[in-house]
Design a protein around this ligand. Sequence first.
Ligand SMILES: NC(=O)c1ccc[n+]([C@@H]2O[C@H](COP(=O)([O-])OP(=O)(O)OC[C@H]3O[C@@H](n4cnc5c(N)ncnc54)[C@H](OP(=O)(O)O)[C@@H]3O)[C@@H](O)[C@H]2O)c1
Length: 358
Amino acid sequence: MTPSTTATTPADMSTPDGDATRRPAVAPDPPLPARMRAAGREVYGSVDVVGTLDRPRPEPGPDEVLVRVAAAGVDRGAWHLMAGLPHLVRLAGYGVRRPKEPVLGADLAGRVEAVGRDVTRFRPGDRVHGIGRGTFAEYVTTAEDRLAPTPEGLSDVEAAAVPISGITALQGLREVGGLQPGQHLLVVGASGGVGSFAVQVGKALGAEVTGVCSTPKVDAVRALGADHVVDHRTSEITDAGVRYDVILDIGGNRSLSHLRRALADDGTLVIVGGEGGGRVLGGVDRQARALLLSPFVGPRLRTFIAGEDGARLADLDAMVDAGQVTPLVDRTFPLEEAAAAIAHLEAGRACGKVVLTT
Ligand SMILES: NC(=O)c1ccc[n+]([C@@H]2O[C@H](COP(=O)([O-])OP(=O)(O)OC[C@H]3O[C@@H](n4cnc5c(N)ncnc54)[C@H](OP(=O)(O)O)[C@@H]3O)[C@@H](O)[C@H]2O)c1
């Protein structure tokens, strides 16, 4: 669908004598550009393969929304798709030898530019955030059910930090972990993209929250609302002798036996991810072992893949509106510096989210 560029003259602008020839001129909207700037790579590799791309602007299909991207969140997924590692991701439809989609990025925030004929929830001009494919770009198309209206109190940069990390935290705690008010939650990886949301969502769900992070990020995790902080450089999660009702394991790749020692007998371990697994499986084997072991042990051992849907994002936005959740943005980079942004995240320097601006 091509967006309308026909400007109509509002009735209240006609002259008293109705002479249309004397109506003030209304400039038509400029046509959308045929091409756009984007950031990505044509081959799998290190950050050296990431650069600025000149790409055709996408056109929305019948149920799609064309968004003018103002900001795009950077997460670990961008690194994995850049590198094609673990190899398992290539088999998940992203291209075995070369990436099928050159443009990186999955989180977006911006303004609706045009909508397909079957789209009912959004109109041109609406501020939205959500999930798409190839969001490190000036424009992206995505299905309307992967978007939500941007909360009024958030800037585009903050809104772009929310979708995948925030949904992962909410789904992991509420649906997979079944976290209840008054329970004790341990967030391993509390200073990262997912963890900075998990600490706040855990508090919003009424839990007592302990966050695990490295020394330089202890104050930030406390400021997110964590009741207790474990510095993993000086202590272990078992040191305090607490048995947690829910453990959300986002970073560090601890063994299942180690995590279970900190888990209540009827508790739930939710494995979100963890970097540093092997090149082929990337730690998915630990998640598979957890699922296989779960029926034979007391605590529940679970894992999941985050849903990329606007409904869960809207639930999270309600927490934002209520002042319970505020995105923690570590740093922004311009689109042209996407490689530096991914390198910053990969080096473990970020506290909270990294965001690209277009
Ligand atoms: N299941 C899903 O659908 C899903 C969705 C999103 C992400 N993920 C995965 O979840 C993982 C984290 O994603 P993210 O975006 O939050 O990454 P991130 O922003 O890079 O955060 C990683 C976190 O891991 C922490 N960490 C590193 N070593 C640690 C250790 N030894 N002990 C405890 N924490 C440690 C870091 O904290 P310090 O720097 O303070 O040590 C940091 O807070 C990735 O593997 C990602 O692929 C999975």
